[in-house]
Design a protein around this ligand. Sequence first.
Ligand code: FE2
Ligand code: FE2
Length: 293
Amino acid sequence: MIRNAPQDANNPLSSLDDWDDDVRRRYAVEPDPSHAKKADAFRDYGDSVPLHVREFYRINHQHQTVEFVRAARDKYLPLRTRRMGIWEAVEFLNQLVDDSDPDIQLPQIAHAMQTAEAIRADGHPRWFILTGLLHDMGKVLCLFGEPQWAVTGDTFPVGCRYSEKIVFHEYFHANPDWESPEYQSESGIYEPGCGLDKVLMSWGHDEYLYYVVKDYLPVEAQYMIRYHSFYPGHREREYQHLMDERDREMFRWVRKFNPYDLYTKTDRAPDVQELLPFYRDLVAEFFPPVIDW
Ligand SMILES: [Fe+2]
Ligand SMILES: [Fe+2]
């Protein structure tokens, strides 16, 4: 059994889920408006963040450079790391055991199914349910040996000025790109309005999975997967100057997806065995038995 990456200087989180939990704290607003967090709650955010999560952001912001992103894309986007089916990838991902949470045996498939089940309960189309199931599977990068800061975290464009609304913006001072005038103008190396497809995003599970599944899913699903951690874009509405019309249209779908990602972490684990036949049919409807990773 492979544990989650051992905690060390490169992997400060005890589990990849620590980041997701932190995003929930930051952005999840209680459905009951009397409990709603104030809109500017994140401004006080720094003090309430556990040290290990803060450390995670520090090394993420320091290391996600243009050069690093280009190298990661060259390494992974030819999709020659592995050939496996979706279910094999689920099995693989379940080897990531959450050390901090001994009661949940299969944390990754549990979050995937809870997200998908919430989407299904709201009567959304089958491709949308499937997107809920798949959206975090790019975390297999961790099992390919990538450090946490190159797998998870809020994503943001590299090669242009960092939005001040990116959480822990001050940590970018340690990023070598901070010193590059070329990378720190508002649009940086990009043409204004060029569209996000031309923009290099910080490397992680979102961008990777987008490339793995894009030929099999509708464009709305591709956007949900590719930008679900791009909180500076879909939540803070930054980087509008790099988007084109299609991005703006499609970000409505990214925003539609986000609550299912944020709100579906419950203590009650889904009955994976009972749900499996439905999801096996769903996966087989869209995917061949084996795909490139
Ligand atoms: Fe994710
Ligand atoms: Fe998620």
